[in-house]
Design a protein around this ligand. Sequence first.
Ligand SMILES: *Cc1c(COP(=O)(O)O)cnc(C)c1O
Length: 409
Amino acid sequence: MALINENFLKLKAGYLFPEIGRRVGAWTQANPEQAERLIRCGIGDVTEPLPSSVRDAMHAAVDEQGNRETFHGYGPEQGYAFLRDAIVENQFAGLDISADEIFVSDGSKCDTGNILDIFGKGNKIAITDPVYPVYVDTNVMAGNTGEADENGAYDGLVYLECNAANGFVPAVPAEKVDLIYLCYPNNPTGGVATKEQLQAWVDYALANDSIILFDAAYEAFIQDESIPHSIFEIEGAKKCAIEFRSFSKNGGFTGVRCGFTVIPKELTVKTSAGEEITLHSLWSRRVSTKFNGASYPVQRGAAAVFSPEGKAQVAELIEHYMGNAALLRQTCQEIGLEVFGGENAPYVWVACPEGVDSWGMFDKMLEEAQVVITPGSGFGAAGEGYFRISAFNSRANVEEVCRRIKASL
Ligand SMILES: *Cc1c(COP(=O)(O)O)cnc(C)c1O
């Protein structure tokens, strides 16, 4: 008899987005004449078209594939040199990261999950609360947790509460943990971590032999020049951190698929026998065995993000989404709600009005404004009492959302 990975049975069956879908479906059925009024500000997916520089590079790469002389078959599993070099030059200049420390992939969701392949059993895992659910569910699948309680909190995980009081950046824990997931700028809260806050985490990791898994998918949205874009801007981070990056939110690659993981060669761990091993060598081996590289046209498209036209086009996209975030922030403030995020990230995190919980707010926005938001409690217990509005939308939709929020709340 084939045995299954019964850890999957511990998963809270995709609780957030299916529940949103169910409620939206039920409302649409009950109100078919209003269905086309719905505006979705829920899921964190980009809306604006792929930059022309990226499309042109991808077109050219596809044409290369039509020619024996320029055809590309399997490429390097870790990514083509042209892209790894461009990444180092454009995103890690001056940080002493080398191209062979960059591992190109088909997106960072996969990487943040797959990274657990190189870690052993019995690690104590810390995640923030609220959190991007991928970090939690992949640890459940890997058997790193016990069962979930009625709030969806898993036994065995260390939850680091993020709230208005700590600016949505948790202090280092009193206890010792082995793996720490940090995501800044943050999804869902839109919060950012300062250099000092990240330094405290790096110091903690160095002192406790812990590894920081740093998700910088939203670094391109940072407006405040004092906020670090990379964990490797922090002294000592190369000895304790892995960074995940993505072309999804800056270049609009959510449907194209490209990301990368940075593992400095200085980052070592000890085996149970006391031998020093680089995580770089384990990940490189893992990638060579289980992955055959991101597609050639996609990597050409990703490299085009760093061309002069590409940079200008990405800057325009960021300006568009951050303009949306500013409008959403302003509107929520004008009606007296307490607003966080949206200044260095494309998410606005809003405290629900007195006496309304996250799902209550979801229903109210759906029924009274026909706007779909994301209830904060769906990202963890500490998200209760908040809701997230995504700034990924057209300007016209955001302006309409703002009008409706003002009119109905
Ligand atoms: C969108 C997002 C990513 C990017 O995922 P891809 O697989 O590269 O599209 C990574 N982390 C977080 C927290 C995100 O919200």
